[in-house]
Design a protein around this ligand. Structure first.
Ligand code: GCU
Length: 656
């Protein structure tokens, strides 16, 4: 059994008569000339017989016409135009990859019962996955098996899965992949590994996907045997320049470097008294002659028990605005702390006017239940992208900023830390596939909605029956808030297990660093709970435009889902619904558990209507999720009760 291997490309037979009537006559033939269109044609030949039960013949005047046309007038060179006339559908694009995207668009339209005509262009230039894969095959924060890349087999053997990986990404418009962990081994830059990287790049190229590497900043010392890696030293610069030349001689369209520097113990320019600017620009200069990019991460923070980690990225990067070379992008996490189930947006996005910023989402569910909890992340991504930042004191969504509209970015990028692995179904949890799908679709168009993306994904994977589809869609859309309810209500954050980040450990007071404890974040005491980030506390709110921060600044007006992010809330504080905070807080955990039970009941109803293997897989994982939701609830309620010293709200049974 294929057990989810084919992702949203299993192309199961269309039953809807209207769709069949529209497409069948127009897909009797495929017409193309350009040799570069082979992968697009291959996909059509694979999909159409399965979807429509017909085998398109080659050539003729009518049918599906695929054309590379460099003169076509289109917003973005990666875009495409689809037109329908008489008995044919024409897909035209300035580049062959655009035609490929057009083919995947067509296949999506067939499966969602839509007509395909129109002009389509990506709104973001760099649509990227970040794999946190190590050279020993493990994946940092990966929950779906081992790495997809079999280093010991490369470059000679190319696992067929590499091509399927490329197809899946291309079907979404993903055009960039960083294949190794940001905590990077220098080994990836060795000549031994570069030929392996080249072998992957060769597989991905026809699908429009560029390969990038995460680099270890100390590589000149580790690999090059230089005394250090000081970015201002000519011999260090020379080492990187020669390394870039070597890479490009193997991979002429190599994307560039992703760098985690001076963060969580990784080496960086500050080891030599230099700055992020010195480090990033030095690498940028090595890549520039080849057209390569540097993605330099803003995920930095110091182990200061009295400080506020929330403020670190802004404090370190804002002063450098305007000083980075033109092939540098600063990659900023969602959000200011670290991929929590609900974070406010990073203030950096509102403050760096002269530097292009990339969004880094996390698709792997490090803090969202690994691969056993069902969480459809598009709801969270959408919430973030649609946030009105109030930049320029007008409605300015984060999506607009990322598209470069607000500050006129030279480069635009959305990246996601991948949730893929060697599991047969790629993502462990079958529903995790929807998160990969959503990341790709949102990177193409960050204004899409979680709801429509879910609908698309369901019709291509689980069911095209409208009732079943809408039932699954409403389950998907409820999952993120359910997870928040039983793990992190009202903006509670960073109370997960220390180190492995699994399950609840709000009681952690000691860790290798104070800012890795839970206590640092929740600050529970007899009076209340939460991190005061107003002007009576760390004043992190001052990093936002004041029109944005104003409502968050007061306990009266702060949106309740963000209370503990910004306030130390008294246990007795009355909330809008009349409950005191302690009671409302406890009720959320109980509600979350009840909601998981609701999900279980609703999932039972689709039995027989979705592939049986998927049904059983999800049912079993829901059992685990339920067990762990109770664990979260009981751990948090009992622990925080030692501070509040209050009884549970009437009607709730105390955990044993
Ligand atoms: C988190 C995660 C680490 C990861 C880091 C990063 O802290 O737990 O495993 O290396 O983020 O994004 O660099």
């Amino acid at each position: 059994a294929e057990d989810g291997y084919k992702l949203w490309m299993s192309y199961s037979k269309i039953e809807d008569p209207k769709t069949l009537n529209f497409y069948k006559p127009r897909l009797q033939a495929i017409v193309w000339e350009d040799k570069d269109l082979e992968v697009a044609v291959e996909e059509v030949k694979l999909a159409i017989p399965k979807l429509l039960g017909i085998t398109p013949k080659k050539g003729g005047k009518n049918g599906l016409i695929l054309k590379v046309n460099p003169h076509i007038n289109i917003t973005n060179p990666e875009g495409y135009k689809v037109s329908v006339s008489g008995q044919s559908i024409t897909i035209e694009a300035p580049r062959s990859v655009g035609v490929l995207y057009g083919v995947f668009h067509l296949l999506r339209c067939i499966q969602t019962g839509q007509e395909p005509a129109g002009e389509f262009s990506p709104k973001i230039q760099h649509r990227m996955l970040n794999h946190w894969d190590n050279n020993n095959g493990t994946i940092e924060r990966g929950y779906a098996g081992m790495s997809l890349w079999k280093w010991y087999e490369l470059p000679e053997r190319l696992d067929p899965r590499y091509k399927d990986y490329a197809r899946a990404n291309a079907s979404l418009g993903i055009n960039a992949t960083v294949i190794n962990n940001v905590n990077a081994s220098a080994r990836f830059l060795s000549s031994e590994y570069l030929v392996k990287v080249k072998a992957l790049a060769d597989v991905f190229r026809p699908y429009g996907i560029k390969v990038y590497l995460s680099v270890n900043f100390a590589s000149p010392r580790i690999l090059g045997k230089l005394p250090d890696a000081d970015p201002l030293k000519p011999e260090v610069q020379k080492w990187w320049k020669e390394k870039a030349d070597e890479i490009y001689s193997l991979i002429p369209d190599f994307g560039g470097f992703l760098v985690k520097a001076n963060s969580e113990g990784e080496p960086g320019p500050m080891d030599y008294g230099r700055t992020h600017v010195d480090g990033a620009n030095m690498l940028a200069k090595a890549l520039k002659p080849h057209g390569g990019m540097v993605f330099w991460r803003a995920f930095v923070y110091a182990p200061d028990p009295k400080g506020d980690r929330f403020k670190a990225a802004y404090e370190e990067f804002k002063p450098y605005d305007g000083q980075f070379d033109d092939n540098v992008i600063i990659q900023v996490k969602n959000g200011p702390i670290d991929f929590m189930p609900r974070e406010p947006i990073s203030p950096l996005f509102t403050a760096m006017e002269k530097t292009p910023l990339a969004m880094e989402f996390q698709v792997t569910q490090e803090y969202l239940g690994w691969a056993t909890h069902w969480v459809y992340l598009a709801s969270m991504f959408e919430e973030c992208l649609k946030t009105d930042t109030r930049v320029k004191n007008r409605k300015t969504t984060l999506s607009e900023i990322l598209q470069g509209k607000t500050f006129g970015y030279r480069h635009t990028a959305i990246t996601g830390v991948a949730n893929t692995g060697s599991d047969r179904n790629w993502t462990g949890h079958p529903m995790g596939q929807a998160n990969w799908y959503a990341l790709g679709r949102l990177a193409w168009d960050p204004d899409l909605g979680a709801k429509e993306i879910a609908q698309e994904w369901i019709s291509q994977t689980l069911s095209r029956d409208s009732k079943t589809g809408s039932d699954i869609q409403s389950m998907m859309l409820s999952t993120r808030e359910i997870y928040v309810n039983y793990t992190s209500p009202f903006g509670l954050h960073h109370v997960m297990g220390e180190g492995h980040h699994f399950g609840p450990e709000p009681w952690v007071e000691k860790a290798p660093r104070p800012d890795w404890t839970a206590l640092y974040y929740h600050k529970a005491d007899e009076k209340g709970i939460g991190f005061d980030r107003t002007n009576t506390g760390s004043n992190a709110l001052a990093q936002y435009p004041k029109e944005f921060s104003a409502p968050f600044s007061s306990l009266e007006t702060c949106p309740e889902e963000f209370l503990l992010w910004f306030h130390h809330v008294p246990w007795d504080r009355k909330l809008k619904n009349g409950d005191i905070f302690w009671e409302a807080f406890v009720k959320k955990f109980y509600q979350g558990v009840k909601e998981v039970e609701g999900l279980q009941r609703d999932w039972e109803k689709v039995k027989g209507k979705v592939p049986q293997e998927t049904f059983e897989n999800v049912s079993a994982r829901l059992k685990t999720q339920h067990k762990e939701a109770i664990w979260w609830r009981d751990a948090c309620v009992l622990y925080f009760q030692t501070f509040s010293k209050k009884a549970l709200p009437a009607g709730l049974k105390a955990p044993e």
